[in-house]
Design a protein around this ligand. Structure first.
Ligand code: URA
Length: 292
């Protein structure tokens, strides 16, 4: 799809680090070179946000040297796990947050520094759902704080949304308005998993199942008008499907009665620069949904 951009949209794309013509031209060249079907499931596989991803595609510089291998986390014996907490569907924010912090319903509790609950405006039109905390998030207790988080913030800024907006008087005024003085909209950002999978391995189905009630309650409390689901695990677990993102993009799905737009994970976009143009299309679709 060709994007026709006005000056303001070009400025937005610059915030995302996109040069508008380049991705389309590159994509066309790749197609002409016979590289059809670039959106494979493998390409959407979870990329640890805070490690240099192995890249098959030039020219992406590594983000940082590969992290040293971590000591394996000993599996938690079933007797040391707690029951899945009850009454989650009726909890208020404070109870939900403390319940998550104390959760021992799956083995991930053994390796975490802390749980990563969520960040942003607790009532917001926008909600972003990622996959799971990485090393930085586990250390800092906030979702999306690494390189992928920076890209996410730029993507959100491009559509006038900020995790700092709607947070009250203590927030810096520059975080609340865009370059043209328009008020930014608030967003709540959470992950499917609240604990870091050791070594940033893929989330397991039982871990997703144990954590899902927490996310469902967060969605009910935030009452977003749109959910942006980022990355294969978030998308597939929210939509209960095994379809790859490439086949789910461009349509509006539903989760608990809330419209969902799916897009690539920012960590994937960091190593697949031409795909940023598609992410931009996804953001435009989300904006359209928001504007009714
Ligand atoms: N990737 C995610 O999906 N979530 C985070 O919080 C960090 C990286």
């Amino acid at each position: 799809m060709t994007l026709h951009l006005d000056e303001r949209q070009r400025a937005m794309l610059a915030e995302m680090g996109i040069r508008p013509r380049l991705p389309a031209a590159r994509t066309r060249r790749r197609a002409e070179a016979g590289e059809a079907g670039a959106e494979t499931q493998a390409a959407e596989t979870r990329v640890p946000a805070d490690q240099a991803p192995p890249t098959a595609r030039p020219p992406v510089a590594p983000l940082r040297p590969a992290a040293p291998r971590e000591a394996a986390v000993a599996p938690v014996p079933a007797s040391a796990l707690g029951p899945r907490p009850e009454g989650v569907a009726d909890m208020d924010w404070a109870t939900l947050e403390s319940t998550v912090a104390a959760c021992r319903a799956c083995g991930l509790c053994a390796g975490r520094t802390q749980t990563v609950f969520g960040v942003g405006a607790r009532v917001a039109d926008w909600m972003v759902i990622g996959e799971a905390p990485g090393e930085n998030e586990d250390r800092q207790g906030q979702p999306f704080v690494g390189q992928a988080g920076k890209l996410l913030d730029n993507m959100l800024a491009a559509i006038g949304v900020s995790r700092q907006a709607a947070l009250g008087p203590e927030t810096d005024a520059s975080e609340k308005a865009d370059g043209q003085g328009r008020e930014k909209q608030g967003v709540y950002i959470a992950n499917v998993l609240k604990c870091r999978p050791p070594g940033n391995r893929n989330p397991q189905p039982d871990e997703i199942a144990q954590c899902e009630p927490y996310l469902r309650r967060q969605v009910a409390l935030v009452r977003p008008k749109i959910i942006l689901a980022m990355g294969r695990f978030a998308v597939q677990s929210l939509l209960r499907t095994t379809e790859p993102i490439g086949r789910l993009r461009g349509r509006v799905h539903q989760y608990e009665g809330v419209p969902v737009v799916v897009t690539y994970h920012p960590a994937y976009l960091l190593r697949a620069l031409p795909e940023k143009a598609k992410a931009w299309q996804d953001l435009c679709l989300a904006l359209e949904v928001m504007r009714g």
